[in-house]
Ligand binder design. Structure first.
Ligand code: ADP
Ligand code: MG
Length: 607
């Protein structure tokens, strides 16, 4: 059992301030840290950018011994170690990219107890020599990052992760903290039992990402639409997702020939090219990367300012993961989806090829969810969160195209009333197909037998086709004006709100489908206050220079958020600089001077 002296809350706060340069903990960070410090196992689901690293780095600093961090990718490991070292934390990694001499060096440092955080890949646990060595040194905790990789039910299963189930038996008494950004309840149970966590303290943070703006635009000429979108985002880092490799290559070339530097990324490129392109993006040498969904894991870049889906994603989980790569630093970022019904058959084609009937059904339902997300006049954030089983109570999220009124809407009040009235006049006892028959005035046997050709709304909607009426039904369902009741033969019922609209005033809007207009509302920083953009450009250049000298990605030096704050507060002295979020003691000493100098010279010129 690692013996810790009881740690007062103040100590954790002190470390948060001095080492990480942050004023307060994010949601759930504090609870997790306290549990780990008490030697308890923890299982935490937190969204991307939620701040998982701090949850194990901070306790590692306060506990005796070395913390072992398991991370799935070599590239990710290196960036995380770089970032920790920049904060003055004794962190190292051990993986197959090191040669024998370097490995021996890590062993030596471990034995001399000079390491607070050791990052490794899971397969190292299958090496007896390694686990024997670990037994010989004091350990503080195990942190398992991207823990969903251990589950076959997840979407990133890695057999190597199964080796981690040996930890509890090999190292009894050392707490294990497992982290992931994706876990349905099924995956969650699977992770806990596969690793063998001992009645862990479970945390499920909200999946809401308040700094992300969600927008869906009808897609027509997508490359032109991309150009337009990118035009006022010069120099900002972003990812454009496309479904196929060909589309990736074409779009990257198109952008390049239009004067926007963009690199492709997909599984058809050689490992070297992929690594080179990812590196260039990571280091801000190129701002736009066009990619298939093969691009993602291993991207810890915190200053991604936009994620565009130029094609329809196959499921909401993926869409959420991919958009989640924007704005990790908490600053505003934009998520734009170009939606065309023309993309549906392309996905159907893949789904139809699936052999397993059950899998095919699930894939189809997932596709339908995505289409609903894109096509309904319902807050995008609310829809995403409800997908994860989370209620979003606010009436207006203020950060999606629906809530800000920037989506093109059409008034569907009349059709909504015709439909709901047909439901009411047939006593809410029929399903979608029959009610559509009634409003379209179909001459079916069932309609005649039931006498429904005699009700007032019979045929009131005959000027529209079936597709239109399905669109109306879907919209009414999505807006919860009507609901389906019963499993086998679901009948439509009015909800209290629907009944109110039917008899009262109230308007109903749907989304316009074809218009092409890109309207975006841009915010400059989250917490009010606009930052000085010219100074930001200069500080960005300083950051890039320092990053180059130190061979680390720029965001590891300071995040965009930190630079933005400097461009709001214009710190003049070291102690003012120390007040900026993200500036801890070590970074202040290392880089504070250069940034202060730049701010000073900028101000002198300006006055
Ligand atoms: P995750 O691994 O959950 O995706 P990270 O650990 O990479 O997220 O953290 C995302 C970003 O949030 C990083 O830039 C990190 O420095 C920042 N961050 C973490 N905790 C805090 C905090 N308490 N206050 C301010 N920024 C924080
Ligand atoms: Mg992480």
């Amino acid at each position: 059992m690692p013996h810790q002296s009881p740690i007062s809350d103040n100590v954790a706060h002190d470390v948060l301030r001095t080492v990480f340069g942050f004023e307060s903990f994010r949601q759930d960070q504090e609870t997790i840290i306290r549990q780990v410090l008490n030697g308890k196992d923890v299982f935490a689901v937190m969204p991307t950018g939620g701040g998982k690293s701090l949850c194990y780095q901070l306790p590692a600093l306060l506990m005796e011994g070395t913390a072992i961090v398991i991370s799935p990718l070599i590239s990710l490991m290196k960036d995380q170690v770089d970032a920790a070292v920049e904060n003055g934390i004794a962190a190292v990694f051990m993986n197959s990219s090191l040669d024998q001499r370097e490995i021996s060096d890590v062993y030596r440092r471990l034995k001399e107890q000079q390491v607070k955080l050791l990052y490794i890949a899971p397969e190292r646990f299958a090496m007896p020599q390694f686990t024997e060595m670990l037994k010989g040194i004091p350990l503080s905790l195990f942190a398992i990052d991207e823990a969903h990789c251990i589950s076959e039910w997840g979407h990133d299963f890695r057999p190597d992760y199964l080796a981690l189930s040996a930890i509890p038996a090999l190292f009894p008494g050392i707490p294990i903290a497992a982290f992931t950004a994706t876990a349905t309840h099924k995956v969650q149970q699977d992770i806990i039992s596969k690793i063998g966590l001992r009645t862990p303290h479970s945390v499920r943070a909200s999946f809401n990402r308040p700094n992300l703006f969600y927008q869906v635009e009808p897609k027509s000429q997508v490359e032109q639409q991309l150009l337009k979108f990118l035009k006022d985002r010069e120099g900002e880092a972003g990812i454009i997702y496309r479904t196929t490799r060909d589309a990736v290559n074409e779009t990257a070339e198109f952008l390049d020939s239009s004067g926007i530097k963009a690199l492709p990324y997909h599984a058809g490129l050689s490992v070297e090219v992929r690594e080179r392109n990812q590196e260039a993006f990571n280091k801000d040498e190129v701002s736009v990367i066009v990619a298939t969904i093969a691009f993602g894991m291993g991207i810890d870049k915190s200053n991604v300012r936009f994620v565009v889906h130029a094609d329809l994603p196959r499921h909401i989980e993926g869409y959420y993961q991919e958009t989640g790569r924007a704005g990790r630093d908490g600053e505003p970022a934009h998520c734009l989806l170009f939606f065309s019904r023309g993309d549906i058959p392309k996905i159907r084609y893949f789904i139809d090829k699936m052999e397993d009937e059950g899998e095919r059904r699930i894939a189809l339902e997932k596709l339908n969810q995505t289409v609903r997300f894109a096509s309904h006049n319902v807050c995008r954030r609310k829809q995403l969160l409800s997908f994860f089983g989370e209620a979003y109570p606010a009436a207006n999220c203020e950060a999606c195209d629906i809530c800000t009124g920037s989506a093109d809407r059409i008034d569907i009040s009349t059709d909504a009333r015709i439909f709901m009235s047909a439901m009411a006049r047939t006593n809410e006892r029929f399903g979608i197909v029959h009610i559509i028959d009634v409003v379209m005035g179909a001459d079916t046997k069932r309609v005649r037998e039931l006498g429904h050709h005699e009700i007032k709304t019979f045929g009131a909607g005959r000027l529209h086709d079936k597709n239109h009426w399905h669109f109306i039904v879907d919209e009414l369902l999505a807006q919860e004006l009507i609901k389906q009741d019963g499993d086998r033969y679901p009948v439509l019922k009015l909800t209290p709100r629907g009944a109110g609209v039917l008899t009262g005033p109230g308007e109903v809007f749907g989304l316009k489908r074809e218009a092409v207009k890109i309207k975006v509302r841009r915010r400059n920083t989250v917490e009010g206050g606009r930052y000085d953009e010219a100074l930001f450009e200069r500080l960005r250049a300083v950051r890039k220079k320092i990053a180059g000298e130190n061979h680390v990605p720029p965001y590891v030096i300071f995040s965009d958020k930190t630079l933005h704050e400097m461009c709001v507060h214009f710190p003049k002295t070291a102690s003012e600089m120390r007040m900026i979020s993200g500036v801890g003691d070590v970074k202040l000493k290392r880089y504070g001077g250069e940034f202060l100098k730049e701010i000073l010279s900028y101000r002198e010129k300006a006055t």
